[in-house]
Design a protein around this ligand. Structure first.
Ligand SMILES: Nc1ncnc2c1ncn2[C@@H]1O[C@H](COP(=O)(O)OP(=O)(O)O)[C@@H](O)[C@H]1O
Ligand SMILES: [Mg+2]
Length: 259
């Protein structure tokens, strides 16, 4: 599905509060886009609008030239997957079964080879046989990523649109790097298109092709990491004292907090 994903002037009002205010964006195939912004900026709400879990009160989202609301849930679930911020399960299933749930749009029985392959890619193989509710928060995040990739697996690779809400929040350094390297490499292969909410601006600087900065429901800045991550802008939008410098060995900005 090598077509664009667009949000055209979308707004979302709830209980009289404007949570998303006239946001327009375009996500292109083969691109990894990071969505950043302070707590409460509306990142999770925007992700829910982009993925069809919420309907905009103004404007619309369009996937492959067709408004999102005209896609049937069954077809849509083959082209876009979502990894949510907090994924609790009400039942205690083995890891393989949780990942296999991702295959529901394609088959009644999860194909063991696909489950094994996404477990290998996401570093979940050592979790085989464990029960989901007994895993640490970071281990559960890895399983949720595997489930989302399983959902998009088609013709030997994950294909389509993947939306993730703070997928690294519980991961250690090794697994942060592993997840972002994996997403970047799958994106570069051209079949997967990624939009990821990231809290860690330095991860966004290292891996995102483009960054969107949200503040109080509005898109206040977007562009390359170089363009969006600037000292004055981050001080203004986050209200924190920061200094933006350079990565010592890569040509990307890195953000430092002042003590
Ligand atoms: N169901 C809701 N009803 C009313 N306000 C909500 C609801 N969900 C979120 N909000 C508010 O919307 C704003 C944006 O929330 P959210 O999208 O979760 O922000 P972020 O993910 O950027 O931290 C916050 O002020 C939050 O309190
Ligand atoms: Mg959020």
């Amino acid at each position: 599905m090598a077509e664009r994903f667009c949000a055209d002037n979308i707004s979302f009002t709830q209980s009289g509060r404007v949570l998303i205010d006239n946001v327009s964006l375009t996500l292109s195939p083969g691109e990894m886009v990071a969505l950043i912004g302070p707590n409460g900026a509306g990142k999770s709400t925007l992700l829910r609008l982009l993925t069809g879990y919420l309907t905009p009160t103004g404007g619309e989202c369009v996937l492959a030239n067709k408004p999102l609301k005209e896609w049937s849930p069954e077809t849509l679930s083959r082209y876009r997957a979502v990894m949510r911020q907090h994924a609790q399960l009400g039942f205690d299933w083995p890891v393989e079964a949780v990942i296999g749930m991702g295959r529901a749009p394609w088959s009644q029985r999860p194909e063991p080879s696909i489950v094994a392959e996404v477990m290998r890619l996401t570093g979940c193989s050592p979790l085989a046989g464990r029960h989901y509710n007994a895993l640490s928060g970071g281990e559960q995040q890895r399983v949720q990523l595997a489930r989302a990739l399983a959902q998009l697996w088609h013709r030997g690779a994950p294909r389509g649109w993947l939306f993730l809400d703070e997928p690294t929040s519980a991961l250690d350094l090794y697994h942060q790097q592993h997840l972002l390297r994996l997403l970047a490499s799958l994106t570069r292969e051209g079949h997967l298109h990624v939009c990821v909410v990231l809290h860690d601006l330095n991860l966004a600087a290292l891996w995102a092709d483009r960054i969107l900065l949200l503040h109080q429901g509005r898109m206040v800045s977007q562009g390359t990491p170089e363009r969006v991550l600037q000292t004055d802008a981050l001080t203004r939008w986050y209200g924190a004292q920061v200094h933006v410098g350079r990565h010592p060995s890569h040509a990307v900005p890195q953000v430092f907090l002042s003590p």
